[in-house]
Structures are given as structure tokens and as C-alpha cells.
Design a binder for this molecule. Structure first.
Ligand SMILES: [Zn+2]
Length: 59
């Protein structure tokens, strides 16, 4: 089973339809950090990681 983060749930005001996927928690977090750059977020803080973790869903 893979992991997924729906961008719109993390940043509802973005209206971003992108979903970040990965086989593991580590992978989906890595991909989410890559995707965050598209939103101008280049500084990935421990707080952001924790926030992203709380939005990880199984699919
Ligand atoms: Zn997005």
C-alpha cells in the first residue's frame, strides 16, 4: 500500500490539485518537499515536516 498527501488538504487556499505519492513515509515526505518548491517553499522546517506527516494517508 502506498502513501499519499493531497496538496489541497495541506494548503486549502492554493487550490492545488496535485497529490504527492510514495511507497513509504520517507518517500512521500521527500516528494512533498520537492512539490513544496512549486509553491515557493524552499525552507523545509521540522514544523513543516510534522505538518506534512499529519496529512499522510494510505491509498
Ligand atoms: Zn501543490
Amino acid at each position: 500500500m502506498g502513501k499519499v498527501i493531497h496538496c489541497q488538504k495541506v494548503v486549502p487556499q492554493s487550490g492545488c490539485p496535485h497529490s504527492v505519492r510514495g511507497a513509504t513515509v520517507e518517500e512521500v515526505l521527500k516528494n512533498a518537499q520537492e512539490h513544496a518548491k512549486e509553491h515557493g517553499i524552499t525552507q523545509v522546517t521540522p514544523e513543516l515536516i510534522e505538518r506534512l506527516k499529519s496529512f499522510i494517508e494510505d491509498e
